[in-house]
Design a binder for this molecule. Structure first.
Ligand code: ADP
Length: 572
């Protein structure tokens, strides 16, 4: 090993030598056999037979060393230097036997054509060795020098007037071979070093990208948790402001409160976007497919956005549903709502006059799947062609100047795209500046019968029978939110029982029946998801293992066969 050769590259070189050797050895093994077949009138037949046997034995020994190498390579005790020495020994032995053809067998005959045959065989074997031994200089030098030196001795020992010329040609040929060996070996070594570096870089990159991925997930999880923590007091601020606005107050104070309310709502919308986005990034956002009434959902979305159209805008907000679009489908109504609300809100935000229209069509319908297309068209300011491909990237806004006219985070469309993908669909835009935009969303659903729809499919809305007061269980860990809910709900004459967490709620439910449960999601001891899952399992008569047997039995008695509406207290 030269000083400069790194150990890993040296090991690779030796490995390549062992890999290349078998084909060269097999080709060499044919030559003695040819001699025995064709040189039948050679004067010293015994000598050439002995030589052929010695040659084949050495080649066999080399094959055995290759076998040994591959066997030992897998073992921990394997030594590259030993493997290298063994290889060189095999090469030296083979070159000495080839050399003996020149100094021993060559002078035994005076026949010119036999001389030519020996000479051409030796030149061929020496030339061929350069390629197969090109990864290390030492075995190559050994082979070339020992063989060609023996050729010179053979020529010296044989009478003939052209021998001097042949010897000169042999020397020139040897020098040429040695020079080429040096260049080839150098190039091969450089290539192996580069390959080694590229491999090391690839491993480093993989580790770095894994680390970045882990860090990014941790960041997204942190953001998701933080956003949740910020939302809780925000709800309290918005709710209390609403209650304060219901009071009789002087106009100046009302104006202050209205500003607080609208700013808080903007802030909450922003936090909601960040929360959703970080949840998607952390892979924590799950799509919940349930049967829902598509027509009612669309109607409710339109009612929500129509409120946003300011009086000063001359804007018609319309919708059409193609007759072949079924009323009942299985899908995630909340996420569909979120996508359409964002697209319609954008349409209204970026259109001064004209229209914003939602149209729904069925693209494909089978017994088990439905592909629906939702098109939101507007006659607004449109989007420049070069900005359209970036519009779905996070934080992308067409106008990103500090003096931009329209607010927003640039997260809405990024979230829409991610949600569409999670729901097995996609979203596209086509737009012309000053002429309007069309956002086309395709989402997969499953068909279902209208009878399969549960009673409470409108999200977050409690069915209240004839405005009668209801008995409600509020499950909420944040005290400010509990006080707020109490003020609002008791103001509407409902009876309220409060629980701090999911487990406490289960204990209360085991004692008392309620018209509905208002459930927070993230809570200590037991979160809202777990508590709701337990309630639903017990209602359906399914086994439950999360709580102790005594509580399970009591809950079973109260809940089995019933259905209590559980409503999430967090806004989406
Ligand atoms: P936001 O509206 O909060 O900035 P979005 O991701 O919803 O974020 O939209 C990103 C950008 O795409 C907007 O800032 C706007 O430049 C452009 N855009 C979206 N919808 C429309 C539309 N209907 N008409 C014109 N531009 C739009």
């Amino acid at each position: 090993m030269s000083d400069k050769t790194p150990p890993t590259v040296f090991a690779k070189q030796i490995d390549l030598l062992y890999q290349n050797a078998p084909s060269a050895i097999l080709a060499s093994a044919l030559i003695p056999v040819m001699f025995l077949i064709f040189l039948t009138d050679f004067p010293e037949r015994k000598a050439i037979q002995t030589w052929a046997i010695m040659m084949e034995l050495v080649l066999l020994f080399r094959m055995f060393t290759i076998f040994l190498y591959h066997k030992r390579k897998k073992k921990k005790s394997f030594q590259v230097k030993q493997a290298s020495s063994l290889f060189n020994t095999g090469v030296a032995m083979a070159s000495m036997i080839w050399g003996s053809l020149a100094w021993w067998i060559y002078p035994l005959t005076g026949d010119q054509s036999t001389h030519f045959l020996f000479f051409i065989s030796l030149i061929g074997v020496t030339g061929g060795s350069v390629a197969s031994l090109s990864y290390r200089q030492l075995p190559n030098y050994l082979f070339i020098c020992l063989t060609t030196f023996s050729m010179l001795i053979g020529l010296y020992r044989t009478s003939g007037h052209q021998n001097t010329a042949v010897a000169i040609i042999t020397v020139v040929y040897t020098i040429f071979l040695l020079k080429n060996v040096r260049i080839m070996q150098g190039n091969n070594e450089k290539m192996l070093i580069l390959k080694e570096k590229a491999l090391a870089r690839e491993v480093k990159l993989k580790i770095a990208s894994k680390k970045t991925e882990v860090a990014s997930r941790a960041k997204s999880r942190f953001l998701a948790n933080m956003s949740h923590e910020i939302r809780t007091p925000m709800n309290s601020i918005i709710g209390r402001t609403r209650l304060a606005l219901d009071e009789r107050i002087e106009p100046k104070m009302r104006s202050h409160l209205e500003t607080i309310q609208s700013s808080s709502k903007d802030l909450l919308a922003l936090i909601n976007d960040i929360l959703d986005f970080s949840k998607i990034e952390a892979g924590e956002l799950k799509i919940t497919n349930k049967p829902f009434n598509l027509y009612e959902t669309i109607q409710s979305i339109l009612n929500t956005v129509k409120v946003l159209v300011q009086d000063e805008k001359d804007l018609a907000v319309t919708y059409t549903i193609a007759p072949d679009v079924p009323q009942a489908v299985v899908g995630d109504s909340l996420r569909l709502r979120q996508i359409l609300l964002n697209l319609l809100n954008n349409g209204i935000k970026f259109t001064e006059n004209g229209f914003v229209d939602l149209s729904i069509e069925c693209l494909k319908s089978t017994d088990t799947s439905l592909l629906l297309q939702f098109k939101v068209r507007d006659s607004g300011i449109g989007i420049a062609i070069d900005k359209q491909k970036h519009i779905f990237d996070e934080f992308a806004q067409e106008d990103d100047s500090p003096t931009r006219q329209f607010g927003g985070t640039g997260l809405g469309l990024a979230i829409c795209r991610q949600l569409c993908q999670l729901m097995g669909g996609n979203i596209e835009v086509s737009s012309r500046p000053a002429q309007g935009s069309t956002f086309t969303v395709a989402i997969s659903f499953q068909p279902c019968e209208i009878n399969d729809l549960p009673a409470d499919t409108t999200p977050g809305k409690i069915e209240q029978k004839q405005n009668a007061p209801m008995s409600l269980l509020l499950v909420e860990d944040n005290e400010a939110n509990r006080i707020l809910a109490r003020m609002v709900l008791e103001g509407e004459k409902h009876q309220l029982v409060e629980a701090n967490d999911g487990l406490q709620a289960l204990h209360i439910l085991s004692e008392q029946k309620f018209d509905a449960v208002l459930m927070d999601v993230q809570m200590p001891v037991m979160d809202g998801y777990t508590a709701t899952r337990i309630i639903r399992s017990l209602e359906n008569g399914d086994p439950v293992t999360d709580v102790d047997n005594q509580l399970t039995e009591k809950l079973q008695k109260r809940l089995s066969g019933c259905h209590t509406g559980v409503y999430r207290t967090e806004p989406f």
